[in-house]
Design a protein around this ligand. Structure first.
Ligand code: XIL
Length: 390
């Protein structure tokens, strides 16, 4: 029995759909039907998601001085020319989803293999898209040899060498780099709020500043970004993270660390729409902007693994999540770009990392698996159309 079938009508009305989605089952005597539940949601949500005109997302974004782009992998373009075509038509920016990570670039401690990333850089150039890199420093996606080879004594040499080589390789053609990814997480339990990383273990907290300084020296033209996740919701965990982030951004700015933008990943959770507190998140964005930093939404998608199976209902919740989020975020003029983590449901990391327990395909992106626009696409188009001009 689903949680929809096992909850009283009174409680359902009181806590709303998003509340329902995060609750566990109650008794059978409180049951209401799934259809009633859907109806209640459809009636509540009067949104029509109407869109004027046929313009692509990149065109609508550009009309407001915004960049719309997406991440994907080279293999997807090679195996599916239709997808490549869709990408070119809709995106003004291309982000290699994995090709610039350490484990992709560094097959051995002494070899840099740029083949796949260069292929994507060329694709971006050929199709006049901006090219963006992620990440230079992260605790994940490290090569197998890393553990055996890198230690306290040589860690600084590896870090500096990697950042210098890779940023120099793309100097002049990289719009922006995520210099450091996911380095802060107060919930991890350290008193300084930093998150686990071998770099932290080997070099101490200053590895972050070092990374930015090295990147700025090697490629003075790229926009240098600190990128992180788990910031959007009105929960104690996200609240603590927003606070810690602001503290670090402020500190880095006051110390002259060459950081230009803050990247917010925003892997949103469809079942937690109700936890999105527009006022608090808007204030957070304003606080970041007041430090003189630009903001990029770097990995946007909506997790639908805990949403109802019905596609109409599910797509409506996903689209609502996108629209609520984007209409608020784009109100902040420091936000310069929105990048989705994938473009079509055919290729999304959630298929592996957040699959549905019923085995149905996930639907977290603007285009469906047949490359057709979904209601989520309308949400993007509407938010770009409504956004103030930069
Ligand atoms: C993910 C990719 O999408 C997957 O294909 C890969 O297997 C693991 O990494 N935060 C990030 C991204 O900063 O680099 C991650 O990308 C998703 C979470």
């Amino acid at each position: 029995m689903s949680i929809y079938q096992s909850i009283s009508r009174r409680r359902a009305i009181k806590i709303g759909l998003t509340g329902l989605l995060s609750m566990s089952a109650t008794t059978a005597s409180e049951a209401i039907s799934l259809n009633e539940e859907r109806e209640a949601f459809d009636n509540k949500s009067k949104r029509k998601f109407n869109v004027v005109g046929q313009d692509s997302l990149k065109k609508r974004a550009a009309a407001k001085g915004l960049i719309y782009g997406a991440a994907t992998e080279r293999g997807k373009f090679v195996s599916n020319p239709e997808f490549a075509d869709l990408f070119v038509k809709n995106c003004a920016m291309l982000v290699p989803e994995n090709e610039l990570k350490w484990d992709a670039l560094r097959p051995t401690p002494h070899i840099f293999d740029y083949t796949k990333a260069d292929w994507l850089a060329k694709f971006a150039r050929t199709h006049k898209m901006l090219f963006r890199g992620t990440p230079l420093v992260w605790n994940l996606a490290l090569p197998k040899w890393f553990k055996e080879v890198v230690n306290r004594q040589n860690a600084e040499k590896f870090l500096v060498e990697h950042i210098t080589a890779v940023t120099k390789h793309y100097a002049g053609e990289m719009h922006s780099w995520d210099v450091v990814n996911e380095a802060i997480e107060p919930a991890f339990g350290r008193s300084d709020g930093l998150y686990y990383s071998p770099w932290l273990d080997f070099l101490g907290p200053d590895y972050i500043e070092l990374a930015f300084r090295v990147a700025a020296n090697a490629d003075p033209r790229a926009m240098l970004v600190y990128n992180d996740a788990h910031l959007e919701y009105d929960t104690p965990k996200h609240e603590a993270k927003r606070k810690a982030l602001l503290k670090y951004l402020e500190r880095w700015k006051s110390k002259g660390v060459p950081i230009h933008a803050f990247g917010i990943q925003s892997h949103l959770r469809g079942h937690q729409n109700g936890l999105f507190n527009a006022k608090k998140f808007r204030k957070f964005l304003a606080d970041v902007a007041s430090l003189g930093l630009k903001i990029m939404i770097t990995e946007l998608d909506v997790k639908d693994s805990l949403l109802p199976v019905n596609i109409k209902v599910r797509d409506r919740i996903v689209a609502s999540a996108f629209e609520d989020y984007l209409s608020l975020v784009l109100d902040e003029k420091a936000v310069i770009a929105v990048i989705t983590w994938g473009l079509s449901d055919r290729y999304t990391w959630f298929s592996t990392y957040a699959p549905r327990s019923d085995g149905k395909p996930v639907r977290p992106l603007p285009f469906d698996s047949n490359l057709k626009p979904k209601l989520a696409w309308n949400a993007f188009a509407r938010a770009f159309d409504k956004a103030p001009k930069r």
